[in-house]
Design a protein around this ligand. Structure first.
Ligand code: NAP
Ligand code: GDD
Length: 328
């Protein structure tokens, strides 16, 4: 039985990846940080199948102990401060988790289990002010946020440990990917949650930032398969994972509101609080290397993804409404 250690297992990607690895017969260890109120929402259905290990990216000792306990064949390093907008008000915490956290995790693996295969969750945000369209593995980085800067560090330290210590370390440069498990702050989920609440009469307006930004949005469930495939190859390498299509935030609004028979112009208000100090205007990935070498393929398209997210939020909000006590 293969063993995998996942950091960030309670997040969107961690939960889909854990399900995939359990299906494949892995023993899955999940690193979880202590929080005053535990949040198992994304992993409730598999909570009892995971070996939980307490640890924090800022605490190297806890990561060394996690690797010692798990003795993993594969380490998927997904934990990070992952919300770009918060990386301006929290640049140091973002640097500590999203950049130095990668070195901490690599060190833990190098010290305790150097033959473990390592996956780093790199990001298309590294391309920032893009040098070419579409972006490929060879496109130079020009990050536009403290988060993007931290991810560039995480990418290069992963490459460096591969080259310095001969570790099987891969960097997956993933473009935006979404699902009903996406955090409520990210734009797709913010929109689909609002659409459900507006449709059910619980919300009157939706305050948004830059509607012209273009993103290459895929489905998280498809993307975690690529992470696994990267660690099954003969040689470690870096890969772009993307859909090869780009859509604006405005298109996202159109699709989501139309799904419930509404017009987004009637509800959306532009609020400068949601406009970023520096924007990534356009992301569009070329994943031909992953298709050719990993045999990876996309299953869920953009409109279907947003439709599924709206439906899931409608169901969830309706359930919440039903469980609320009636006021007499
Ligand atoms: P997410 O939902 O925000 O999950 C982040 C996870 O990291 C959560 O489980 C969180 O735990 C954990 N975490 C944060 N700080 C930690 C710390 N100090 N110690 C231990 N755990 C910590 O993110 P995601 O969307 O699944 O993304 C996974 C990874 O891929 C991230 O590194 C992200 O930057 C990267 N990425 C994401 C995308 C995307 O579009 N989703 C694209 C490219 C790259 P809590 O539950 O306690 O908060
Ligand atoms: N969150 C948010 N909220 N974004 C908005 C809003 C709003 O009200 N209005 C417009 N946007 C625009 C942002 O300015 C950005 O251009 C785009 O919507 C997407 O924002 P997010 O969903 O927050 O994602 P992101 O692209 O900044 O970052 C995500 O993708 C990266 C990969 O490219 C995150 O998942 C990162 O962790 C990931 O690395």
């Amino acid at each position: 039985m293969k063993k995998a250690l996942i950091t960030g297992i309670t997040g969107q990607d961690g939960s889909y990846l854990a399900e995939l690895l359990l299906e494949k017969g892995y023993k899955v260890y999940g690193l979880r940080r202590r929080t005053s109120t535990p949040n198992f929402e994304n992993v409730e259905q598999i909570k009892n199948e995971i070996e939980w290990i307490s640890g924090d990216l800022a605490d190297l000792a806890s990561l060394i102990e996690a690797v010692r306990l798990a003795q993993p064949d594969e380490v998927y390093h997904l934990a990070a401060q992952s919300f770009v907008a918060d990386s301006w008000p929290q640049p140091l915490a973002t640097g500590q988790m999203t950049a130095m956290g990668v070195t901490n995790m690599l060190e833990a693996v190098r010290i305790m289990k150097p033959d473990a295969r390592f996956y780093q969750a790199s990001s298309s945000e590294m391309f920032g002010k893009v040098a070419e369209i579409p972006q490929k593995e060879t496109t130079p980085f020009y990050p536009r946020s403290p988060y993007g800067v931290a991810k560039v560090y995480g990418h290069w330290i992963t490459v460096n440990y591969r080259e310095s210590f001969n570790m099987f370390a891969c960097s997956g440069i993933l473009f935006n990917h979404e699902s009903p498990r996406r955090g409520l702050d990210f734009v797709t989920r913010k929109v689909t949650d609002a659409v459900a609440r507006i449709k059910l009469g619980l919300q009157k307006e939706l305050r948004m930032g830059n509607l012209d930004a273009l993103r290459d949005w895929g489905f998280a469930g498809d993307y975690v398969k690529a992470m696994w495939l990267m660690l099954q190859q003969d040689e470690p390498d870096d890969y772009i994972i993307a859909t090869g299509e780009t859509h604006s935030v405005r298109e996202l609004l159109e699709i989501a509101f139309t799904r419930v028979g509404l017009h987004y112009e009637d509800y959306v208000i532009i609020d400068p609080r949601y406009v970023r100090p520096a924007e990534v205007d356009l992301l569009l990935g070329d994943c031909s290397k992953a298709k050719a070498k990993l045999g990876w393929k996309l299953e869920v398209g953009f409109a279907e993804l947003i439709g599924r997210m709206v439906d899931a939020d409608l169901e969830r909000v309706q359930r919440q409404l039903k469980s609320m006590p009636t006021v007499v």
